[in-house]
Design a protein around this ligand. Structure first.
Ligand SMILES: C[S@@+](CC[C@H](N)C(=O)[O-])C[C@H]1O[C@@H](n2cnc3c(N)ncnc32)[C@H](O)[C@@H]1O
Length: 258
């Protein structure tokens, strides 16, 4: 077997760490996963324990899931957890699978690479997707209470989603430390992501009186204000009250792209 593409990095993971992203995957792409013919789901870089891959497998309820890790010791740790529909194998960005995946989830993997590498691995991975398939690539805090992820298809990045527990931030721009590698170094004056986060903080400040009714109400109000100036998704499956009330907000990638 050729050497896996990539490098072994820190294996930090944890129970329920990717719950927010999985919930979004089901809402945004559940239809795709239900209607695709034998969809294959790849969890790339699952870390020191396969717990988040197991959770994804359970949440997807029966789809075929393959966990891929570049560290052989972590593959050995995961092997005993295999079961019908769930397997683990050694590999990297080349993706050692026998058919194109409908969904690739890669969390807290690319952040440990350089910015230029992150762009080229986005291209490599999206080029391996099945027709209509998606790559969900993101970063989150150790507990998963703050998370940001990009949704990509074979054409490139399409969406950017922010998700946070209401007690896990002071202002929306606190989520900047979880931006994908392709954006985090662009959070500087003159870049759209910086302007977006500045405007979101302003909307948050204007919505302060709503905090009396709880942070969720303040989030809903701030999102409504922000949506006056930015193309925040307002309708399901990516937007609207049902998403926003979870502490979530999605925008088209194009409005924040570097
Ligand atoms: C920080 S852990 C993330 C674990 C889990 N996805 C999570 O978010 O909790 C990153 C893992 O990605 C693995 N990794 C890094 N580059 C990889 C690659 N090219 N292919 C497969 N795994 C990779 C590392 O070895 C490490 O175990």
């Amino acid at each position: 077997m050729a050497r896996p593409v990539g490098t072994i990095t820190r294996g930090t993971t944890g129970v329920n760490r990717l719950r927010r992203a999985d919930r979004w995957i089901l809402a945004a792409h559940g239809h795709l996963l239900r209607t695709a013919d034998r969809p294959l789901i790849v969890d790339l870089g699952y870390g020191a324990s396969p717990v988040t891959t197991l959770e994804l497998f359970q949440r997807l309820g029966g789809a075929q899931v393959v966990g891929i890790e570049i560290d052989p010791a972590r593959v050995a740790v995961a092997k005993p957890y295999e079961r019908p529909g769930l397997s683990f194998r050694l590999g990297g960005f080349e993706l050692p699978v026998d058919r194109p995946p409908t969904l690739i989830r890669a969390f807290n993997v690319l952040r440990q690479y350089g910015e230029a590498e992150a762009w080229s691995y986005w291209e490599l991975l999206t080029g391996k997707l099945a027709s209509g398939g998606v790559l969900v690539e993101g970063t989150c805090s150790e507990t998963g209470h703050r998370a940001v992820w990009a949704g990509l298809d074979r054409e490139g990045p399409r969406t950017l989603t922010f998700s946070a527990r209401f007690d896990a931030f002071e202002r929306p721009s606190d989520l900047a430390d979880r931006l994908p590698k392709t954006l985090i170094h662009r959070n500087v004056p003159g870049e759209r992501i910086h302007t977006f986060l500045r405007d979101w903080d302003r909307a948050w400040a204007h919505a302060a009186p709503y905090e009396n009714h709880g942070r969720r109400q303040r989030w809903l109000r701030a999102t409504g204000l922000l949506a006056q100036d930015w193309p925040v998704f307002r309708h399901p499956p990516l937007g609207g009250r049902a998403r926003w009330r979870l502490g979530e907000l999605s925008v088209p990638w194009s409005c924040v792209a570097p």
